[in-house]
Design a protein around this ligand. Sequence first.
Ligand code: MF3
Ligand code: CO
Ligand code: CO
Length: 249
Amino acid sequence: MSDNFKDSFEKTRIAGKIAAGALDEVSKIIKPGIRTSEIDNICYNYINDHGAYSAPLFYRGFPKSCCTSANHVVCHGIPSDKILQDGDILNVDVTALKDGWHGDTSRTFEVGKVSIKANKLVKTTYEAMMKAIEIVKEDIHLGDIGAIIQNHVEAEGFSVVQDFCGHGIGQQFHKEPNVLHYGKKGTGEKLKAGMIFTIEPMINLGKYEIKTLNDGWTAVTKDKSLSAQFEHTIGVTKDGCEIFTLPKN
Ligand code: MF3
Ligand code: CO
Ligand code: CO
């Protein structure tokens, strides 16, 4: 690996590991009856205990340390005294800022026993993200990422949210390029070794349209159908990529 991006990879690896570790902790307490504010506390404490900052906290006025997005909430749900119910699906999105570098990751958890449809949505969303990650290497096009995700989820009858995308990340939380989760193979910018960005598809059981609630953050599906999301922060190499936000197990 060339020296000029060794440092950025190493710093992102450290931040990414903290973000993923926070989700590992969260995964241990998710069950019917807990409040999303308890998840927020775990994220805040874990990240602080590891010498990092939680990037969402006060980001553009966001009030909490992570996003908790249940059921028809697409993303940017705000942790609250909301109590999780058996059968809910819940995305938790965590971003750690350590030594000036960011690691951003999310997972959708199943709370208790979920419906077959909900499970299929969660599984398909995860597969779509991983299929995209598997093709990433220098010289593929950004559109190849969008196309593989869109093809995989539409084959199951699900839809790709278009109003949010993955993003370059590093010393800034969100930077170029925009990484769309839909598109056409062979279109868009070519990837270069050393680029660091997220892939974070939001996939709806019904239609792709979303709207934002009056709190200015919470994005929900317009048709109230379920929505799932997974996110990894990755770094492009000559012949593949490194995932910086893998879980421990
Ligand atoms: N972590 C989200 C992302 O994947 C952004 C959250 S911004 C917040 O890009 F302010 F809502 F936390
Ligand atoms: Co992100
Ligand atoms: Co995120």
